[in-house]
Design a protein. Structure first.
Length: 71
């Protein structure tokens, strides 16, 4: 049977293990940020549908990802 990912990582030099772990943490943080933005966007859409909190000519900014504004 094949080796698990954890076993393969443990075979790598310590420097590589540290780089892999730090990159994994970055990716997890990015995904959590995306999930949070998606949830906020959904909540804003629900509020907009109900007609609460927005005037006709207001612009709603849903969030920013990598210097791009989601409107």
């Amino acid at each position: 049977m094949g080796k698990s990912l954890r076993e393969k990582i443990k075979e790598q030099p310590i420097e590589s293990q540290i780089k892999i772990e730090s990159r994994a943490q970055e990716l997890i943080a990015q995904e959590l940020t995306r999930q949070k933005l998606r949830l906020e966007k959904q909540q804003l859409k629900v509020r907009a549908r109900k007609g609460k909190g927005f005037k006709k000519r207001e612009v709603v900014i849903f969030g920013k990802i990598n210097d791009r504004t989601l409107i």
